[in-house]
Design a protein around this ligand. Structure first.
Ligand SMILES: *Cc1c(COP(=O)(O)O)cnc(C)c1O
Length: 431
């Protein structure tokens, strides 16, 4: 039978995407990353076809003995890497991790205090997202623009007067660590739990370049496994509190997952093992690159936020492009030059400017994985100046970007080995 045209067309669309986003773009989206070839191979296993409802050893289906082993491995490796007692790996995304924890800690009608959206709180923390879907009222914590952080004194007053069920920390524009210790002390005083959402910085925590919130007094942490932690898309919950862990394990299934996307688990385990050996070197370079990138952008003439604070301590930096036409226009022009970023609200933007905010957000984690160093980010800053400040034709700059990107095609911080050679069993792992 001749191949149907729609199939040929589909394959060509996928190839175009892979070539463009995988080989020809400089990706600076702060919430994305790439898996190593080893982890990608582990992703494509028969586990992608299976179900394993329940917990290892207590499943509702037969045929899961190897899935159980891998799932226990994921929990064990993360428990060691994070130095925490309990890991719940079944959340299929950071949002599902948040939904589970919020549901465990609050009932409809309860109140939660959250970091303000303009300062980078995730939509899942708000009435527009998961918290709203659960019927929990959200009240924003006060933000201090000068320290680019939660205003601790004002937050303490608010916690004492509102007496919320939970307080969430963590954000999607996460330049400096939030004051976990100070907030946790007061939250616990009024009987509230502290949920610290480290979706963006899990890889930096594992690489010891960002504080672990559990060790600073947070009751439970939620995360994504695909942002600075360079694994497959998925979620993670961790805590030292046994009672909380047990409630979380009872609530996530059957309330928030049935199938927990089993092919994630081997790839997550491979990535966690890579991070055990290469995590510190990787996280260190990510953070150095972010600082160097911020300095380079500032010297090219960009308004990088938080200058007086040293710009950033994470993988993320933010530039104010209001005087260059705004975030929407800047992000679009950069895309035409194959530089992929997202527009972002700045703390002083009104919420209704979400479609054309003043900022763009940049992250160094993915290009660091491809081997970029400080001097390479200086080059990226120059490309951005050409497009946004010099007003050069983005399609001309695109040619330079494609040429430049050819030097960064191989994922570093991994083991260079063919996954099929790692076992005596003469059966290809992927089939
Ligand atoms: C990305 C993000 C999430 C959600 O993660 P998904 O895995 O995309 O569901 C939650 N919280 C914060 C702060 C995030 O940045």
């Amino acid at each position: 039978m001749d191949m149907p045209g729609e199939l040929i067309n589909l394959i060509s669309i996928i190839r175009s995407h892979n070539r463009w986003r995988g080989l020809e773009c400089i990706n600076l989206i702060a919430s994305e990353n790439v898996m190593s070839p080893l982890a990608k191979s582990a992703y494509l296993s028969d586990m992608m076809h299976r179900y394993a409802e329940g917990r290892p050893g207590k499943r509702f289906y037969q045929g899961t003995k190897y899935v159980d082993e891998v799932e226990l491995m994921v929990s064990k490796i993360f428990s060691d890497l994070l130095n925490v007692k309990y890991i719940e790996p079944r959340a299929i995304s950071g949002t599902i991790a948040n939904a589970t924890v919020f549901r465990v800690l609050s009932n409809p009608g309860d109140r939660a205090l959250v970091a303000p959206v303009q300062a980078g709180a995730h939509v899942s923390h708000t009435k527009f997202g998961t918290l709203g879907a659960l019927g929990v009222e959200h009240i924003e914590l006060p933000f201090d623009k000068d320290s680019w952080n939660i205003d601790v004194d004002a937050a303490i007053k608010l916690i004492r007067s509102i007496r919320p069920k939970l307080v969430t920390l963590g954000a999607s524009v996460y330049l400096f660590p939030h004051p976990t210790k100070e907030i946790a002390e007061v939250a616990h005083e009024v009987g509230a739990y502290v949920v610290h959402d480290v979706a963006h910085v899990l890889g930096l925590i594992v690489g010891r370049r960002w504080p672990n919130p559990i060790h600073e007094g947070a009751d439970v942490a939620t995360a994504s496994t695909h942002k600075t932690f360079p694994g497959p898309q998925g979620g993670l919950i961790f805590t030292d509190n046994e009672m909380l862990y047990k409630s979380i394990a009872r609530v996530i299934f059957p309330w928030f997952v049935s199938n927990h996307h089993l092919h994630r688990l081997p790839a997550t385990a491979v990535t966690a093992i890579e991070m055990k050996y290469f995590g510190e070197a990787y996280a260190d370079q990510v953070v150095r690159n972010a600082r160097a990138f911020a300095e380079a952008l500032a010297s090219e003439g960009f308004k990088v936020v938080a200058e007086s604070l040293g710009y950033t301590k994470s993988h993320t930096l933010v530039i104010d492009v209001r005087n260059l036409g705004g975030g929407a226009k800047a992000a679009k022009l950069l895309e035409e030059a194959n530089i992929i970023v997202n527009k972002n609200l700045l703390p002083w933007d009104p919420p209704e400017s979400v479609r054309d905010p003043s900022g763009i957000r940049l992250g160094t984690q993915e290009m660091t994985r491809y081997g970029m160093l400080e001097s390479d980010f200086k080059e990226v800053a120059r490309f951005m100046r050409k497009v946004l400040i010099d007003g050069r034709d983005p399609s001309k700059v695109r040619e330079e970007v494609i040429e430049f990107r050819k030097r960064f095609l191989e994922v570093r911080y991994t083991f260079k080995v063919d996954i099929n050679s790692l076992s005596d069993i003469k059966l290809p792992l992927i089939y």
